[in-house]
Design a protein. Sequence first.
Length: 161
Amino acid sequence: MNFLITIVTFFLMEGITWCTHKYIMHGLLWSLHRDHHHKDHDHALERNDYFFIIFAIPAIALMYFGSKADFNYLFYIGLGITIYGFAYFFVHDIFIHQRIKVLQKTKNPYLLGIRRAHKQHHKHLGKEEGECFGFLWVPVKYFRMYFKRSTTPSGNDNNSR
């Protein structure tokens, strides 16, 4: 059951991330997120990086209080949030924004689709008119160009449609 709580929390975080990104980061706390879109700084860290701390606090609190109560469901909810946070850091900061140079030449269609959707998100410099607020799940149109459709049993591409 604890594993299920962790996995369900991880996947629910995608919806929470979408809402938080759209309505808080591009809303009330745009002052922290703005430099992430504008790159108007000359240092490695951004004000946007404070969100790491802001989002880690509930996860740490849940894990702490859950561990004090014999590792109840609160701990596993916090664990799911933490695992999502690690995934977010790896995909967003390391893979997409290349803070550490890895997977630069990937041909993985899923990763390329996520990178493309994120670039589409960053084409908007203001907080309005944004799109693609998700992280692990983005609109299918961003994946289509990277997945080859096969319509014959031999596996030959048929892109004539």
